[in-house]
Every structure is written in structure tokens, then in C-alpha cells.
Ligand binder design. Structure first.
Ligand code: ATP
Length: 220
């Protein structure tokens, strides 16, 4: 099923979203107030239009009300990002995703009707920091202010041991919710599951517990 999207702001982030949605065969309306950017996306997006998104009349004229999901990817100009979000909310857009530039911007966006606020630089920084802590940490995803999910490669000392042997829950307070083995994924693995070389565990827990678990992985 094709869904309609609009991307406002075609910098590196918005441009990348626009390219990927288009590649996936979605209908995308690309909006930017810079004509050069629009020329760049003419052959990529379904429609590419020069417009100032802080001008409500222009957005109405573009038929933005009929769009299911609008992504606001104006970063540097926080005022324009906020104003655009307010207008989209007033127009009753079903889903509004906005890129935040900093924590203060994020707080405001949450208050003025953004359904989903993303903070790609901060999140990517955190993910990279965790993968730097240990080579065994492959990915890190924040679930809330104090809970996360990590993807962890079974370390040398874990191979051949079962989840009971390791007792990650008792030792670190985290839960192994799945084990990836090649292309297979074993959701809710049994306690008797024995870890093999190359296995990847998906571990969920409070940040303080995940942090203890990660420190243990550094030692390995
Ligand atoms: P990124 O970090 O994603 O690369 P950037 O720093 O390249 O972003 P920004 O200045 O944050 O770019 O803005 C992203 C895009 O939003 C730019 O292409 C800019 O022309 C566009 N833009 C800024 N203000 C408006 C506006 N009021 N209406 C429409 N487009 C806008």
C-alpha cells in the first residue's frame, strides 16, 4: 500500500529520508525554500516544490492537508522548525515527525504537537560511544530515559554456556530477549539455550544494569 509523505527541508538528514522513501516506492512531496535543493530532488521525489514552510497559505496550496505523514527536517533554523510544526498541527496532519537540534528544541516540539521527535546526531553519538566501549557491543537503542536495548556479540567466555550458566538476569539485572544466529532469530530463548560462536544476544534492561553488563564485556 502506498502512503503519502512530505519531507520539509532537504539537508543531509531530510534529503536522506526523501531518497530512501522514494527508493521504497512511496509518494513523497519534497519541500525546501532553496531552489537548488529542489532542483537536486526533482528526479527523486514524486513532487519537489520550492516553498517556505512557515507560510501557512503556501502549505495549504500544496495540499499538505491530504498528506498522511510529514517529516520536518529543518535543523539550524529552530524558529522555522517550531513554526512549521505548529502550522502542521493546526492543519490536523495525522503524523508529524520533527528533527530536533538540541534538548531544548526537543522539549518544545513535544509540547506543540509533534508526534515523534528525532535527535539523530545525539542518538548516533550514543550508539557509537557504546560500540567503542566494547567491540562486542554491536548496537544500542534507547527505549526511554532510563531503559535501553543492546545487541551484544557472545564473548569468548560465554561460548558453550547456557543462559542459566550465565544468569545475566541475576548477575546484571538485564534480560536476554532474543538470540540471533546467522539469519535465524530465536525470540524468548529457553534458559537451556547454549551460546555458540558468532551468536548475538538482544539484551534489554535499565541503563545502570546494561552499563554494568557492558563493563563486564570490556574485561572479556
Ligand atoms: P542537516 O544537518 O540535515 O544536513 P543542514 O544543516 O544541511 O541539515 P538546515 O539548515 O538544518 O540544513 O536546513 C535543512 C534544509 O531546510 C535546508 O535545505 C534549508 O534550505 C531548508 N529550510 C530551512 N528553512 C526552511 C523553511 N522555512 N521552509 C522550507 N525549507 C527550509
Amino acid at each position: 500500500m502506498k502512503r503519502e509523505f512530505a519531507v520539509i527541508g532537504l539537508g543531509r538528514f531530510g534529503g536522506s529520508i526523501c531518497r530512501e522513501l522514494s527508493r521504497e516506492g512511496m509518494d513523497v512531496l519534497a519541500i525546501d525554500n532553496d531552489e537548488d535543493k529542489i532542483n537536486e530532488f526533482k528526479n527523486i521525489a514524486t513532487y519537489a516544490v520550492v516553498a517556505d514552510s512557515t507560510d501557512e497559505a503556501s502549505l495549504k496550496e500544496l495540499g499538505i492537508k491530504n498528506i498522511d505523514h510529514v517529516i520536518v527536517a529543518i535543523g539550524d533554523n529552530i524558529q522555522a522548525s517550531i513554526l512549521t510544526t505548529v502550522i502542521l498541527n493546526d492543519l490536523g496532519i495525522n503524523r508529524i515527525t520533527v528533527k530536533a537540534q538540541n534538548d531544548y528544541h526537543e522539549k518544545i516540539l513535544n509540547k506543540i504537537g509533534a508526534d515523534h521527535v528525532v535527535h539523530p546526531e545525539r542518538d548516533m553519538g550514543k550508539r557509537i560511544a557504546h560500540s567503542i566501549i566494547s567491540n562486542n557491543i554491536l548496537d544500542y537503542l534507547e527505549l526511554s530515559d532510563d531503559h535501553s536495548i543492546v545487541e551484544v556479540k557472545a564473548s569468548r567466555h560465554m561460548i558453550g554456556k547456557t543462559l542459566v550458566d550465565l544468569d545475566i538476569r541475576a548477575n546484571y539485572g538485564c534480560n536476554v530477549v532474543a538470540i540471533k544466529r546467522g539469519t535465524d532469530i530465536n525470540v524468548s530463548p529457553l534458559a537451556e539455550e547454549e551460546l555458540r560462536e558468532g551468536d548475538i544476544m538482544i539484551v534489554i534492561g535499565a541503563d545502570k544494569d546494561i552499563s554494568r553488563f557492558e563493563k563486564h564485556l570490556v574485561i572479556d
